[in-house]
Design a protein around this ligand. Structure first.
Ligand code: ATP
Ligand code: SF4
Ligand code: MG
Length: 317
């Protein structure tokens, strides 16, 4: 059962000249996918491919140029005032930077209570309520009246998680939640997020450019390239047998510890930097970098098609 459905979604940012619009950044260009209730959907791709834009669109932090987003079956652009209010509680985001995402002048207590107060939710014993949330994320009562600068990056992300949980949401966008942290603390935070997902029956959109982390966290994965989704599939199956040449290239860049598996994997290296989303290449956007490119690839954009449990956009299939 889908909690989030994204249908033919587009976001073009206008490039403003002195007098007129000079063109558009096609940050998200006609993508469709869904996120099932209780699962983690991982979104992966190189910097600038549109991952954060997708997350912001789904949370209605920005308006789409075209397309629809359904949350619990309802079009988020057509919610009544009351429905929008409850959507703002149900759908939350956790940002990458633990240093700028918390107000330095607020105590942990104030930070965690702020969304609750903003939404006018009554809590019988606010102190007990916050302590309970802190304990769930691996902090405790002694942290209640301290300020963000007194905490490490990992602890700050824990405070951010407690703040999100204060609203008891159904859905959280995790936008590179650990990429600013030391590798040694990343795993702890990721495990906390996993535990909380099960306890609270949460649905996650997990955004990262780090494939190993995306695989660890996600049930299904969508691979993005220059504003397009090129492949969507079950996390294990995608790793076992990537179909799209870009997915193959991304996956062959990560180290595989088992030498037997390594032998079986086709290693593919993508040349060059991704082109600009302002004037993306014609046809398949990946064609200038694709070793399998053929004539049709330069002219026609391959449609997203279903191959068994997988969806892939490539003229090879
Ligand atoms: N508000 C905006 N105005 C104009 N262009 C934007 C805006 N926000 C994003 N873009 C552009 O849209 C494209 C996609 O950006 P986005 O932040 O979604 O990428 P990303 O995949 O999250 O990248 P990263 O991995 O670096 O976070 C980029 O070319 C970016 O410069
Ligand atoms: S459509 Fe063509 S260029 Fe694009 S990924 Fe497939 S083979 Fe490569
Ligand atoms: Mg981003």
């Amino acid at each position: 059962m889908a909690l989030v459905e994204v249908i033919n979604l587009k976001k073009y940012f206008p490039l403003k000249g002195l007098f007129f619009t000079k063109g558009y950044v096609k940050a998200v260009d006609n993508i469709s996918f869904h996120i099932n209730k209780g699962e983690t959907f991982g979104l992966v791709g190189e910097s600038g491919c549109g991952k954060t834009t997708v997350g912001r669109l789904i949370l209605r932090l920005i308006d789409p140029t075209d397309g629809r987003i359904l949350f619990n079956g309802k079009d988020i652009m057509k919610l009544t005032k009351g429905e929008l209010n409850s959507f703002r509680r149900d759908a939350q985001i956790m940002f990458q930077d633990p240093y700028s995402s918390l107000n330095p002048r607020q105590t942990v207590f104030q930070i965690v209570m702020e969304p609750v107060r903003f939404h006018g939710i009554h809590v019988d014993d606010p102190e007990k309520f916050v302590v309970n949330l802190l304990e769930r994320v691996g902090l405790n009562e002694s942290h209640l009246y301290r300020y963000p600068h007194e905490f490490s990056g990992g602890q700050r992300q824990r405070i951010a998680i407690a703040r999100i949980l204060s609203l008891n949401p159904n859905f959280v966008v995790l936008d590179e939640p650990t990429s600013a942290l030391d590798v040694s603390v990343q795993a702890n935070i990721l495990n906390t997020l996993k535990d909380i997902q099960v306890q609270n029956d949460l649905t996650y959109l997990f955004i990262s450019h780090d494939l190993a982390i995306v695989k660890y966290m996600s049930h299904r994965i969508g691979v993005m390239y220059l504003g397009k989704l090129v492949e969507v599939g079950d996390s294990d199956e995608l790793f076992e047998e990537p179909l799209h040449p870009y997915t193959k290239a991304l996956f062959s860049a990560i180290p595989i510890p088992d030498p037997d598996t390594e032998k079986n994997k086709e290693r593919l290296v993508v040349r060059g930097e991704p082109p600009s989303p302002i004037n993306p290449p014609s046809g398949c956007r990946f064609h200038p970098r694709c070793p399998y490119s053929k004539d049709i690839c330069k002219e026609e954009d391959p449609e997203f098609r279903k191959i068994e449990e997988r969806e892939v956009a490539c003229w090879l299939y």
